[in-house]
Design a protein around this ligand. Sequence first.
Ligand code: ZN
Length: 256
Amino acid sequence: MESKRMPAVFVGHGSPMDAITNGPAREGWRKMGQHIGKPKAIVAVSAHWITKDLHVRTAEDNRQIYDMYGFPKELYEVKYAPKGDPALAEKAISMLGGKATALNNWGIDHGVWSVLSNMYPDADIPVVVVSTAMRNTPEEHMAVGKALAPLRDESVMILGSGNVVHNLRLVSWEMKGGHKWADDFDRTIRDAIVKGDFDTPLHFESIEGWEDPVATGEHYMPLLSVLGAASKDDKVSVWNNFSELGAVSMTSYVFE
Ligand code: ZN
């Protein structure tokens, strides 16, 4: 089969309810899937597979994990369990040069299935899930994407699912947009990325007021992995450029 270069994609996944709520997030994901077309496989770094060290799922299957609590029944009825790709997973581990090991105690969590069930509803594209390793430095998160970047030339899409701004402690459930501090941080990151400046997001701790938007960090780090997989020659497009619940930005990026 002829190889088509596939993009590196960061998706803000937001509330689990976005998976099934007809609104701008879901609509944006659908359009992103149509715009990108179908990759041969997807390597997905998830903000919800939080581990100390870096792990790659190598199993044949992806057990669907409903890692969210107290939501309406219909959310737990979403079925999305694409196959794994053991050969691709082993290849990813070897490309990561000893920095990652196989681990199969997780599956496909809502960070990944909420988005992919809308981008690629047929669940017919194999997915290899990669964890967010909390012992990694920002540079090391970026290096994960850099190491995996050559897969893009083999029709594999590199996906990071998280949120540029994500602070559950400061969420306002009744709010539609974002708090000023959230929108300011999101805009600083966006302005840098569209200019091809990946140093600003990498050194986010130099941005005034970064503490509340980045908070516990696990939702931000997949962005750095995607930036590592992006090339300065890629064209970048911005999707779902809005915030929800005051403290969650949905801003998503396609590098192609
Ligand atoms: Zn999340």
